[in-house]
Design a protein around this ligand. Sequence first.
Ligand SMILES: Cc1cc2nc3c(=O)[nH]c(=O)nc-3n(C[C@H](O)[C@H](O)[C@H](O)COP(=O)(O)OP(=O)(O)OC[C@H]3O[C@@H](n4cnc5c(N)ncnc54)[C@H](O)[C@@H]3O)c2cc1C
Length: 486
Amino acid sequence: MKPSELVSGENGYVVEPARRIPVVRDVDVLVCGGGVSGIGAALGAARAGARTMVLERNAFLGGAATAVIMNTWNVPIPRMTGVAREIATELTARGAGVAGGPTFPFDPEGMKSLAVEMLQAEGVEILNYTWVVDPIMEGDRIRGVVIQNKSGRQAILARCVVDATGDADIAAAAGAEHVKGRESDGKMRPMSVLFRLGGVDVQRVVEYCRSQPKENFTADPNFHILEPEKGLVRFSGFFDIAERARAAGELPPEVHYLRMEGVDVERGIVTVNNARVYGVDGTNAWDVTRADIEARRQNRMIFDVIRRDIPGFEKAFVLDSSPTVGVRETRRVRGRYLLTQDDNQAQRRFRDSTVRVWRHMAAGRDWHKAEGGEGAPNDAVYRTATTELTWFEIPWGVFLPNGVEGMTVGGRVLSVSHDADMWTRGQYCCLVTGQVAGVAAGLAAKRNSVPSALEVETLQRALTEQGVDIGSAGRNADEPAEEAAV
Ligand SMILES: Cc1cc2nc3c(=O)[nH]c(=O)nc-3n(C[C@H](O)[C@H](O)[C@H](O)COP(=O)(O)OP(=O)(O)OC[C@H]3O[C@@H](n4cnc5c(N)ncnc54)[C@H](O)[C@@H]3O)c2cc1C
């Protein structure tokens, strides 16, 4: 192969020569990205009868659920649907998840192995350690992708492609309409590196929390949970400690509260989700590196304060930290429909609804504001309780990016507004939207057609068969939503 050439006179560029690259696979559905949405998509497509392959740049599947060790779904298992409920139930059966609470904490290692087992059981081919670098186009229809890995540069062809990269890498490169960040100013939610502490006396921390004024903690009962008897513990707040340490320069200015979740009561393990890096772009490698370094610097300060100031953490040690920085928001496509927070708040029912999702949702309740100040004294979100669990429906149009055929999107990439993304970005939701994207791609591929040509009723039938609650489209209009959910 001819190497790239430095061409004199071409300021700032080198010329990459054209080359023939081998086609190493030709599949029905190619899922780009193996995070929770990619896992859902691969399962959905394979169960729809499609020969399915998933590509992932990391060494393992799971995306933020494993590579960021982010291990709490903010919804109880009975309100989950589709593959999300299946995975949560199986993790619990394996002792890798705690059922029974308003949220579902799990062990990221359990998720890693379960994801592989489930995909292999459906005959999905997994290729890790592989970057997807380019779409292969035929007009406006995607026909596959170019990959780069230790084996070099190769091509994989597919009848349909699912973009589950979280960043819409493939959709954007294929020419799909998209936005990055908040519509008004392009700002994005902060990035974090998480770390886990071992050697925590959880019972002692709980007793300390119980002895303190409740104003010192997040008012939301889903974020601050003190039920060690049931194995259900989550800490959020310690406002007094945080403000004191911040004022003394012992905590980063971005950190206004202390937050620990995914608590394993028996083994004394907690996940600290506290570093916040603002003003960085997850589609820029320099920003991602800067954010990773900065978050780890913040974490060293946070750990020192937690160990020194919170009773029960005296013997705590850093067990591990997330292998990658957690990117909360980047690109989202613009598709046939744009789901907004107004739709969610109004509990709008869609004739082409594909899934109904439950969240502790309320207008303006943004847990990770792009402008910062998360948990600060004037941040009402952390000082007031959430309203009850409520639902919203996701219509078919949000899965179909404008400008590209042969593609569906799932997870963070969906066509939703920044404020609606607050609710669709949850892992449980990403798993199920991935499943919808996968089922649609699978059905289209089996007909040698494109997803946009699918009749929505066919998709809805297949989703129902796969155990997805498709929302009001699947029920009589006068049937109460709550009764149909569990
Ligand atoms: C710090 C943090 C805390 C969070 N807290 C919570 C929480 O408490 N509860 C909750 O439910 N949700 C939480 N979320 C949100 C949730 O975890 C994510 O929105 C969700 O996991 C996104 O899933 P996804 O599959 O769409 O994307 P990702 O998880 O980002 O997965 C995308 C996958 O694609 C791979 N990929 C990307 N580009 C390429 C490429 N070009 N080639 C090959 N592979 C590629 C990535 O490696 C990754 O594995 C949090 C997120 C973060 C970052």
